[in-house]
Design a protein around this ligand. Structure first.
Ligand SMILES: *Cc1c(COP(=O)(O)O)cnc(C)c1O
Length: 367
């Protein structure tokens, strides 16, 4: 028995006839950059999320860089975010010459701990950037209340949370701008890099559209120095087919999580994911907090079960951010979780036998 972390072959197989047809249409048109399928994807995504404007771009990282630029955050400004996330959350702030200010996380949800945000606000703070980590929304009640009180922007890094909800409302719909990634391992993945910004604000939408094409408008006239971050038509064509399957896949991931919870929740030595009762997770990852994490990982790998550590070294301790002055012990919860978390396969195509094998192997390790 073999259980990979993700099985793209199984994901694509049933969709391949439709995807080939969609790709063939692009190949017949030769309209490779920002063709009509890009607009179609933007319209479909805006409708799915219930947000007015969708602006496709070249990656989830670019979506964050564009969002920060569109809000005119830059030199000397501070952005509050989480240290327990993928690198791009903070690098996008840094690349705009602003300063990431890291606030520790809630040990149960792994998301920004709202009770620690206000202490980090200074006169230079311009925005809060929560991440909906592993597919579960951060506490958007608390974060929006703090942002409104202090007049701060909110950028939702929703690379891992497409279709997740908080109080029944879609992620990406709370803040000023929300961003998505369509990296192949995300819940909605392209056949390469792709990303998107979402906003209900007309002015921000206009700026984002301009910034993704070198800041030009009209052509060859540049108000800002933007990016070259357009979306390939081929990627949009693939995503248009796959978006129709997203809700079905998310349901499959939740069903897998329920099975895992039922088998693993009473085992001494591990803690199953905690989902806030206001949140519906899309389980981009199913992440355990484990004693003897590294030994468990070796045990699972020896049994051909894929598993991964997201994330071993929190961002405040990364070498490239050393000048920010954080030390070991600065953000204890994030550091502790970096030593204890382990994500196991949760993709919707897992078979009953595979799920059982994963759980049996974990039970065996702790007994
Ligand atoms: C994947 C990811 C990104 C970056 O997306 P890319 O499309 O890979 O550039 C940003 N933030 C988070 C939280 C992510 O998981």
């Amino acid at each position: 028995m073999k259980v990979p972390m993700l099985d793209l072959h199984a994901q694509y197989e049933p969709l391949m006839p439709k995807i080939r047809e969609a790709l063939d249409r692009v190949l017949a048109d030769h309209h490779y950059i920002m063709g009509p399928q890009v607009k179609e994807l933007e319209d479909k995504m805006a409708a799915y999320l219930g947000i007015k404007h969708a602006i496709a771009c070249a990656s989830g990282t670019d979506a964050l860089v564009l969002a920060i630029k569109a809000l005119e955050i830059g030199d000397g400004d501070e952005v509050i975010t989480t240290p327990f996330t993928f690198f791009a959350t903070a690098s996008s702030i840094w690349r705009n010459h602003a300063k990431p200010v890291f606030v520790d996380i809630d040990p149960l949800t792994f998301n920004l701990d709202p009770s620690k945000i206000e202490a980090a606000i200074t006169p230079k703070t311009k925005a809060i950037m929560p991440v909906h980590l592993f597919g579960q929304c951060a506490d958007m009640d608390a974060i929006m209340a703090i942002a409104n009180k202090h007049n701060l922007y909110v950028i939702e890094d929703n690379a891992q949370g497409i279709g997740s909800t908080w109080n029944g409302e879609m992620s990406c719909s709370f803040g000023d701008i929300g961003t998505l990634s369509f990296f192949p391992s995300k819940n909605l993945g392209a056949m390469g890099d792709a990303g998107m910004c979402l906003t209900n604000n007309d002015e921000f939408a206009a700026r984002l559209k301009q910034l993704r094409v070198h800041g030009e408008n009209p052509k060859y006239y540049h108000k800002w120095v933007g990016l070259n971050s357009r979306l390939d038509t081929l990627q949009a064509a693939v995503l248009n087919v796959k978006l129709d399957a997203l809700e079905y896949w998310s349901k499959g991931r939740r069903a897998n999580a329920e099975y895992y919870n039922s088998r693993l929740k009473n085992i001494t030595g591990i803690r199953v994911p905690h989902i806030d009762n206001r949140a519906v997770s899309i389980y981009n990852q199913y992440t355990l907090v484990c004693e003897k994490r590294d030994e468990l990982m070796a045990h699972l790998q020896a049994k051909n079960i894929g598993c991964a550590i997201y994330y071993p070294l929190p961002l405040h301790l990364q070498e490239c951010f050393s000048e920010l002055g954080y030390k070991k012990g600065s953000l204890k919860v994030a550091e502790e979780m970096g030593n204890k978390v382990l994500s196991i396969p949760i993709y919707p195509e897992l078979t009953d036998e595979q799920k059982k094998y994963v759980c049996d192997s974990i039970v065996e390790f702790y007994h």
